[in-house]
Design a protein around this ligand. Structure first.
Ligand code: ACO
Length: 402
């Protein structure tokens, strides 16, 4: 790694690295990834251990603050999340004005900026002390309510207010699925599965959406605007939208009745843009540790719920067949986090178009921590260069002579 940040002036020499595959954009102490060995650690803790033992709230605290919370810290943090769960009543009008088929990611991204308008203090840049703690808790808590209300709006259902007696995950499920005369009480296995999903998505160093949050934040934009941009970056099918695209692809394979090898061959062919969704990763070149955890969890959850999912059989067959295929082996294309996560979300009853939103809720601690870190490190404004390939100097031609 050659650090040229200190030069702080144009060198006349531009490093061309499209997609930033070999470009380090920051120093960070939040998340460590070794793609060759399939290692992921949050603040030094292996993902396998965090996934097994930590709640999402503990994980969020760890990612934000660098240490796991002691019981007092956890109590204060949990109380702050509880306090900020409600949305301002006037926000209901914003939801009411949306078409029922509005994509939940569009709603989430815009509502994050709208919510900030109701709490102007969060538009200030605080990166430490009570100001930061409050803003972070407000965002982590309200994102869950916005997501649930986006779903309720789309389905013409009345909004459910948060219930302060419920855990972070149970409260979200209640706001999604409780009906006027029927309170939704999740089975422990469902709550646990959602918790695991969120924990596994909590941070992943300089991916597309986190880099976006940093780029936007580097202009000293406030936290809410920065993460709103992160939601937009996440939406794309090559990133967080892949969890939804995987299920659509598996459904298509199932309903077509065609052999799986047809789809594998289509993904290998270079005369079309089809890719096997949920396969490949910029950094993991061996396996994605989150995918291994999710694969096991999907089995456990389906078994505990006494459910069968034909899409899981197709997914397993796809994985086995690609493992034996030279094209996928040569390019190190293995299932990524999105490959099995959709099947897990299906099992716990989350509607398909909400999958990327679930990813966004999970990624929120990572975005907030990266936004804070860039300010603490006084990161320079992000401003990459380009190689110009357009016309050389030309003279203006009046319209009647063109
Ligand atoms: N199916 C078929 N071929 C693939 C796939 C795939 N899913 N992914 C990559 N390839 C091929 C490419 O065509 C390319 O082949 P070539 O060398 O013959 O040209 C080679 O593998 C390298 O691919 P790149 O696109 O250069 O890899 P990059 O690191 O830029 O992209 C990405 C990574 C976006 C994840 C890619 O693998 C992909 O599109 N996967 C499918 C979408 C997906 O699952 N996204 C979620 C990623 S995880 C996350 O964001 C949370």
């Amino acid at each position: 790694c050659i650090d040229i940040t200190h030069l702080r002036k144009e060198t006349g020499c531009i490093t061309m690295d499209q997609g930033f595959g070999n470009t380090g954009s920051c120093f960070s102490s939040i998340t460590f990834v070794d793609g060759g060995k399939g290692i992921l650690r949050y603040r030094g803790y292996p993902i396998e251990e965090i996934a097994e033992k930590a709640t999402f709230v503990e994980t969020a605290y760890l990612i934000l603050n660098g240490e796991l919370p002691n019981s007092d810290q956890l109590r204060v943090f949990t109380a702050a999340l509880r306090e900020h769960a409600f949305l301002h009543e006037n926000l209901k009008h914003q939801f009411a004005g949306l078409p029922t088929d509005a994509p939940p990611m569009a709603i989430l991204s815009s509502m994050l900026n709208v919510v900030a308008c109701f709490h102007p203090e969060v538009l200030q840049v605080h990166t430490s002390g009570p100001g930061f703690d409050r803003t972070a808790a407000l965002l982590l808590s309200k994102v869950r309510t916005i997501a649930a209300w986006a779903y309720r709006t789309a389905n013409g259902k009345p909004f459910n207010h948060p219930n302060p007696n419920l855990s972070y995950c149970a409260n979200f499920l209640h706001m999604m699925f409780s009906e006027p005369y029927q309170e939704y009480i999740p089975l422990p296995v469902v709550e646990k599965a959602l918790n695991l999903f969120l924990v596994l998505h909590a941070d992943h160093e300089q991916n597309c959406s986190t880099s976006t949050v940093r780029v936007v934040g580097s202009s000293r934009a406030n936290l809410f605007s920065s993460v709103s941009a992160g939601v937009c970056a996440l939406w794309g099918p090559l990133h967080g939208g892949a969890n939804m695209a995987v299920i659509e692809m598996l459904e298509e394979i199932r309903s077509s009745g065609r052999p799986i090898t047809d789809y594998i061959n289509m993904a290998k062919a270079k005369n079309n843009s089809f890719r096997l969704m949920g396969f490949g990763h910029r950094v993991y070149k061996n396996f994605d540790p989150r995918s291994l955890i999710l694969k096991k969890q999907v089995d456990d959850v389906l078994k505990a719920l006494n459910m069968e999912d034909p899409l899981l059989d197709i997914a397993r067959e796809l994985e086995v067949k690609t493992l034996q295929d030279d094209y996928f082996k040569e390019r190190n294309l293995y299932p990524n986090v999105d490959f099995y996560s959709g099947i897990l979300l299906r099992a716990v009853g989350i509607p398909l178009n909400m999958y990327p939103v679930m990813f966004a809720i999970g990624r929120m601690p990572g975005w907030i921590a990266n936004w804070r870190e860039l300010h603490d490190h006084k990161q320079r404004i992000s401003r990459p260069r380009q190689i110009y390939t357009g016309e050389t100097t030309r003279s203006f031609v009046p319209v009647e002579q063109r």
